[in-house]
Ligand binder design. Structure first.
Ligand code: LMR
Length: 402
């Protein structure tokens, strides 16, 4: 018999992280990476935040052990997560209806949530937006859950097709799960308005489906407060929800894999019971979470000065991206006045759906060494003063080629 492992075919490269690998291997000196959602400053660097460096310096002095964390992480970390994503005055948290497990990144939170749902609701379908983050379908497929999609982005208006979205969500049966992006929708950068969130909440309550909120970009939309206020109407209305949150972007902790799964239960007892099952899922997967990133977040959020410093750094990142959006729109207006790029100013967070076709995306990579995710998502945070003109020239040329 053929040896077992030699029967395994090679997997295709990951649509996002595979692109980063290809970018690294490209020897072109003027290559531009607008693929993976990682913030870079105007010098093209992804620095460790100064608040994070200071927290790490303090941790070096004060940390006394590398023993295991509890399965769901430190209670202080769970509290910090809830204060940030639900707000310090959250009625849900005050009622004990929220229970949080520290997970390896937001992706880990999505997968733990998926495994939990598969264990108790194997017939549940997870509904994702069209389009959605390239890894969402794979995460829920790996958990063994069926997937379906609901309309979201309208290429004609380059905005939200809310009537179609709402009609679909009003048809999702009880017992299914709807994945919603809290803010800075990945990959489109197109978000729901407050009144639209209220209508989605009403659909969830009427139909009885479970919202699973992916909250990976808090602070990159408008602010920490405004971004969590978006999901407030939903959390006020629904009896239950799951929230996957991440500190990869807003604390720049990408490689530290620092995220959380927060369970909102109908009451404190239901939240406690569900968390106990989340712990079983975690124990049979990675046993307990990695400590370093979580301790950084705890250290920063427990100290008023460090918190103020971190907020300033986060606001700086958010403001740079907003500025770059405007610069790119203006650069394109000079080169391709017939093509309207104003929508890039309206879209929020790290990403914009550029409207570039897959053929144009391929041409930009092959001929101009510009790396963009298939489907045309560009990481606006990757645009710098140094690469803006070359990028705009190349995009204008790609548009002309059709
Ligand atoms: C992205 O969408 O680029 C980020 O969320 C990073 C990732 O893991 O794909």
């Amino acid at each position: 018999m053929e040896p077992m492992l030699s029967q395994i075919d090679a997997a295709p490269p990951d649509p996002i992280l595979g692109l980063t690998e290809a970018f690294r291997q490209d020897p072109a000196p003027d290559k531009i990476n607008l693929g993976v959602g990682v913030y870079v400053d105007d010098q093209g660097r992804t620095p460790v935040l100064a608040s994070v460096k200071e927290a790490e310096a303090r941790m070096l002095e004060s940390e006394t052990t590398k023993s295991y964390l509890p399965i769901s992480g430190q209670p202080a970390y769970g509290k910090a997560v809830q204060d940030l994503i639900l707000g310090p005055d959250s009625a849900v948290a005050a009622a004990g209806r929220a229970a949080t497990a520290h997970t390896p990144g937001g992706t880990g939170a999505l997968r733990v949530g998926g495994d939990l749902l598969r264990a108790f609701f194997p017939g549940a379908t997870v509904w994702v937006s069209t389009p959605t983050w390239a890894n969402h379908p794979g995460v829920f497929a790996a958990a063994g859950l069926a997937r379906r999609s609901y309309p979201y982005y309208d290429p004609a208006t380059r905005g939200l097709d809310f009537p179609a979205m709402l009609a679909a969500l009003r048809d999702v049966p009880a017992g299914d799960v709807v994945l919603l992006h809290a803010c800075c929708h990945n990959p489109t950068g197109v978000d729901l308005a407050a009144d639209q969130w209220a209508e989605v909440a009403a659909a969830a309550v009427d139909r009885g489906w479970l919202p699973f909120i992916d909250f990976a970009y808090q602070g990159f939309g408008d602010s920490v407060e405004a971004d969590r206020a978006c999901i407030q109407p939903l959390l006020d209305a629904v009896p239950e929800a799951l929230i996957a949150s991440s500190f990869s972007k807003n604390f720049g902790l990408y490689r530290e894999r620092t995220g959380a799964l927060t369970v909102i239960g109908g009451d404190a007892e239901a939240a406690r019971r569900t968390l106990s099952q989340v712990k079983r899922v975690v124990r049979t997967n990675y046993s307990n979470p990695p400590a370093h990133g979580g301790l950084i977040v705890e250290t920063i959020l427990a100290d008023a000065d460090l918190t103020a410093q971190w907020r300033k750094e986060l606001e700086g990142m958010q403001a740079r991206i907003a500025g770059v959006r405007a610069q790119f729109v203006e650069a394109m207006a000079r080169r391709a006045p017939e093509a309207d790029f104003e929508f890039i100013r309206r879209q929020r967070g790290m990403f914009s759906f550029s409207g570039l076709s897959d053929a144009q995306v391929d041409w930009l990579r092959e001929e101009r060494h510009i790396y963009i995710v298939k489907g045309g998502r560009i990481n606006v945070a990757g645009i710098t003063s140094d690469n803006l003109d070359a990028l705009a020239d190349a995009v204008a040329e790609a548009l002309q080629r059709g």
